[in-house]
Design a binder for this molecule. Structure first.
Ligand code: ASP
Length: 372
């Protein structure tokens, strides 16, 4: 790394790159000693890497091909930019836009419905090089909330907008406001009706919950039980939040997460996905992360920041990802999935749901999968 206008000493650390299988010398800035640093740049020696997810849940066999095709299309869009020297922030925005446009996923059109039958969307984008973030929540009239989040990041002195204010901000910067009905699928109307029938019958929300996996041992969240029997896929409805993390050739990290939230949610509810440090975070001096799963426990553990802090402290992303999901379960009985990418290109994926759609693009090619 090179710093401009800064005479601070540099800390040299060797970091093993699991991707390239080589030892590299990486110079990390000692920020605390440097009061006049204008910005940090890095030479174009990094292998661009893009990691995406399409939600962690019990993906039925009939939906498997759509999920893999969706994450592959997202990788292709994002990596087309990265491989030409494009920025990590552009790559994650492009990848998530593709996933929002794909009705397979719980983001953009095709999202879960609120209890009153509308789509309400949340999204966050974070640039780990500039430490800039942009978020929107509870938007109903935007086809691509991740693009509105980008506008917040680039064009506003603020970081986060909600509801009609977010829509007006996006419209004032050229985004089209659509009718909410354009985002609603018949498939989701049926899914909501089924969830409401279960609710009326006094049955537990089946999205994530079930009887205690370990009676008397697992802690339950105060909203509802978040444990689930992994052997009973009927207890999992889709939770296909989407996300992407990227490292560009200049050494910058970025993260993006976009969601329609949870099925039958109360209007106005915001989950972890768009909250900084919860479902999304990026910092060049730590890591980039995107999470999926039941949002309430992820929020309470500020799990994204928890995971990136561990990478900053020297834990390999592969280990930190697994530790984060263990912590989620052991502390609050939560279920979910994580993608985590370090500044040296090492990465980690983990989930404790039956499946998680994921994809990885590096100079070595594209890979997709439905579990790790
Ligand atoms: N985390 C999202 C939320 O709670 C849901 C998901 O990941 O599927 O809004």
């Amino acid at each position: 790394m090179q710093r401009q206008e800064c005479s601070c000493s540099l800390l040299f650390s060797t970091i093993y790159s699991g991707l390239q299988g080589a030892i590299r010398l990486i110079r990390m800035p000692e920020v605390a000693e440097c009061s006049t640093m204008s910005f940090v740049t890095t030479p174009a020696t990094h292998d661009p890497t893009l990691l995406v997810h399409g939600g962690a849940w019990a993906i039925p066999a009939a939906a498997a091909a759509d999920h893999e095709a969706g994450v592959r299309a997202a990788l292709e869009a994002g990596y087309a930019l990265l491989s030409l020297g494009g920025s990590a922030i552009d790559a994650v925005e492009a990848a998530v836009t593709v996933l929002e446009d794909d009705p397979t996923f719980d983001a953009g059109r095709g999202s879960f419905l609120t209890s009153d039958g509308r789509v309400q969307l949340d999204a966050l984008l974070m640039d780990g090089g500039r430490m800039k973030a942009g978020g929107v929540a509870c938007v109903e009239r935007l086809r691509n909330p991740i693009q509105a989040a980008r506008l917040v990041l680039e064009k506003s002195q603020h970081v986060y907008f909600v509801g009609p204010g977010a829509e007006q901000f996006a419209a004032s910067h050229g985004m089209l406001l659509i009718d909410n009905a354009e985002l609603v699928l018949e498939r989701e109307r049926k899914r909501l009706a089924h969830a409401k029938a279960r609710e009326a019958a006094g049955l537990l929300d089946e999205t994530f919950s079930g009887p205690e996996a370990i009676p008397g041992h697992v802690l339950h969240d105060d909203k509802s039980p978040e444990t689930a029997f992994l052997s009973d896929p009927d207890r999992f409805a889709s939770h296909d939040t989407v996300g992407a993390v990227a490292l560009d050739a200049h050494g910058n990290l970025a993260a993006a997460t976009s969601t329609g939230g949870t099925l039958n949610k109360t209007p106005g509810r915001v989950g972890d996905s768009s909250l900084i440090g919860c479902g999304c975070y990026a910092d060049n001096l730590a890591a980039a992360v995107s999470l999926t799963g039941w949002g309430e426990p992820i929020m309470k553990l500020v799990l994204g920041k928890w995971a990136t802090d561990r990478v900053a402290g020297g834990t390999a992303p592969e280990i930190a990802a697994r530790e984060a999901i263990s912590y989620l379960f052991n502390r609050l009985g939560g279920h979910g999935g994580i993608i985590l990418l370090g500044p040296d290109g090492r990465f980690g994926l983990a989930h404790n749901t039956p499946a998680m759609a994921w994809g990885l693009a590096t100079p070595g090619g594209l890979q997709t999968g439905l579990s790790v």
